[in-house]
Design a protein around this ligand. Structure first.
Ligand code: CTP
Length: 404
């Protein structure tokens, strides 16, 4: 973390005082810190305490620039390696999701070209309110990263999700972020990720498909791109918004997904998260089939994209990651799939479980590796699972066992 420049925006919440502990931790680890104190943040933290901890006055107002007068909202964000908003209130999330530029913090963030970590802290009902959840989704799609919130007792006495992550947890996320970034900095890696369902057309208006939402693949592509990997996403039809910084190629059928993927080779990392249809209709009808004329379909087997990639010796990526969607014998079937498809990593999920996997924001997986190692990951956000998978990949690429 030596000489990493971190710009910390102090939001207006009761947990703002914990930002001081975080600053202490970061300073102790040789980070350079500048702070932006919002008007409401100032109700909880004094400029004097920030000045004495960081050796530099907090920036408070877009027009009233302090002693370091060359710094404005643009250069402030250009200065930083990372921007952090702590605590991020429901109101602040709402402003960011609308793209407001009404004070120094929001203007600087809107003008920023850096990764921005938001650390939410609010009452459980505020966090779970559909408006906040919608903002959370919008901000995630814009590329903001979230640390927490966690479950716990809140300042108001209620219990639930909305509690701010502890300074230690925040510190560990920041450390992990820089570690991953530094490891990959000079490698200039290329990755491809397949995601979403495919459609196999019966006629121009009907098709065979599945429940896949594509969310896990999108989260993986986002996480790869965030650590500087040049990532292309090959996506079946989904309702997800386009990702910033990730080249996305939309496809419909398994055949299109295969042709597109093949053209993207060679890559360093291939992650096949798509729920590819195993079968297609033999000679789909060019016009809508009339029910009285329908007799039966003949199905043909689709090519297995994952298997093609991992067994393509001339252009085999260094790391190939597959998924296994199972409804029974999860571990056994997944071990077989790992071997049969010659993957380096296989992410197994039980698609019959309610509230995880297909169509959910959450997943619960087992990560199997070629060397026999098995990691069970409890139910968590797909973004969290994506980071766990990426860390496994980094470990393999760098033989570094320290990224968890
Ligand atoms: N996969 C693929 N191309 C296919 C079918 C599957 O690339 N035509 C990939 C998926 O993206 C996933 C892995 O293979 O990474 C496993 O997919 P899954 O549906 O679990 O298994 P199948 O191989 O289709 O086998 P089965 O349906 O018999 O379980």
């Amino acid at each position: 973390m030596k000489n990493k420049k971190i710009l910390i925006v102090i939001g207006g919440g009761i947990s703002a005082y914990k930002a001081l502990d975080l600053i202490r931790l970061l300073k102790r680890n040789d980070c350079e810190i500048k702070t932006v104190l919002t008007k409401s943040g100032k109700e909880f933290v004094t400029p004097l305490s920030l000045t004495s901890l960081t050796n530099s006055k907090p920036f408070e107002n877009i027009f009233d620039v302090n002693s370091e007068s060359e710094i404005d909202h643009i250069s402030l964000s250009r200065w930083a390696d990372l921007i952090l908003v702590i605590p991020t209130t429901a109101n602040f999330m709402s402003k960011l999701s609308l793209g407001k530029a009404e004070d120094l913090a929001t203007t600087m963030i809107l003008a920023s070209n850096k990764n921005i970590f938001l650390v939410p802290a609010m009452n459980v009902r505020m966090w779970l309110h559909p408006a906040t959840q919608k903002n959370y989704q919008i901000l995630s799609d814009y590329g903001y990263e979230f640390i927490g919130p966690t479950n716990g007792e809140m300042a108001c006495g209620e219990y639930g999700q909305g509690k701010m992550s502890s300074p230690r947890q925040i510190f560990s996320e920041i450390k992990k972020y820089f570690l991953n970034k530094d490891i990959l900095k000079n490698k200039k890696l290329k990755a491809l990720v397949t995601t979403g369902p495919t459609r196999e057309y019966v006629d121009p208006v009907r098709f065979i498909s599945n429940e896949s939402s594509g969310k896990q693949g999108y989260e993986i592509a986002k996480a790869l791109s965030r650590i500087g990997v040049n990532t292309t996403l090959v996506s079946g039809p989904t309702s997800l918004s386009k990702l910033k910084d990730v080249k996305t190629i939309n496809v419909l059928t398994a055949k299109e997904m295969f042709e597109t993927t093949k053209k993207l080779l060679p890559v360093d990392i291939a992650i096949c998260a798509a729920a590819v249809s195993d079968f297609r209709i033999n000679s789909p009808s060019k016009s809508k089939i009339k029910k009285d004329n329908f007799k039966s379909f003949k199905l043909l087997k689709n090519i297995d994209i994952l298997e093609y990639i991992s067994k393509n010796n001339r252009q085999r990526p260094q790391i190939v990651v597959g998924f296994a969607a199972e409804t029974e014998n999860l571990l056994k079937n997944s071990e077989n799939k790992l071997k049969k498809k010659q993957c380096d990593i296989l992410v197994a999920n039980n698609v019959s479980e309610k509230n995880v996997g297909f169509n959910s924001d959450y997943n619960k997986v087992i990560i199997l590796e070629k060397n026999g190692s098995i990691t069970k990951i409890k139910k968590n956000k797909k973004s969290f699972i994506a980071n766990k998978i990426i860390n496994k990949i980094i470990n393999k690429l760098t033989k570094n066992k320290n990224v968890n």
